[in-house]
Design a protein around this ligand. Sequence first.
Ligand SMILES: Nc1ncnc2c1ncn2[C@@H]1O[C@H](COP(=O)(O)OP(=O)(O)O)[C@@H](O)[C@H]1O
Ligand SMILES: [Mg+2]
Length: 250
Amino acid sequence: MIDKKIISLEQVTKQFGDLFALREISFEAREGERIALLGPSGSGKSTLMNLLTRTLQADQGKIELASQNIDKYVNQKEYAKLVGILRQQFDLVNNLSVINNVLVGRFNEWGTFKSLLSLFKTQDLKIAQLALKKVGMSDKINEMTANLSGGEQQRVAIARLLVQDPKIILADEPVSSLDPNNARIVLNLLNQLVREDQRTLIASMHSVDLSLEFFSRIIGIRGGRILFDKKTDEIEENILKELYEVKKDE
Ligand SMILES: Nc1ncnc2c1ncn2[C@@H]1O[C@H](COP(=O)(O)OP(=O)(O)O)[C@@H](O)[C@H]1O
Ligand SMILES: [Mg+2]
């Protein structure tokens, strides 16, 4: 089977005033790929993620999701069917139980969810329960989300993604605030989720080691440009060194 193209960036540039956060970035992602964005602090990783999550708009160039220009997804629901976002600060609703946080994924937005809270069908509950089981949180279904540890909250956020069922998952440093053990658990779950349904994952990452372990392709970004874009098993030590090298003239 030939994997389908799901994300495409062509000559994408983003400026903040005179500063070029991203310069003429081009790449394509196919279904099933797990892509890590690596690069020193300030290289443009978050800016790139923010363009894909539509938090920011590109100044130049073209971004397509599932062969349609990203700006054409005017309907938030249509976008949410395609794209799921896992945030660094877990954006769960703190004063809501775990199961209800997961159910929010069925409705893509908090407003709709609140108005439908009383109308959940057994079917919805079953889907949410199954998702929580998959991330190993079955025993905490009725716990208040605020009482969970960071790692547990990130697992609940993944369960919510499962329920939302998007084709693409975007995550800006999803495990940076977790200890190594929890980071592994979360990345394992993300991997599983992506592999099971041939989804596409793009995550900006702080840790080189975790990127090499959990991702199939690595894009190195430096100074707003792509320094390399390679399959993980083709990555060599010297290119990683160059990525993080401190140069005087920059
Ligand atoms: N909202 C903003 N306003 C001005 N400059 C910004 C803004 N967001 C990011 N930048 C700048 O753009 C560059 C890239 O930042 P960012 O994408 O956050 O990098 P990374 O995530 O790789 O650390 C940095 O120089 C940063 O200071
Ligand atoms: Mg960042």
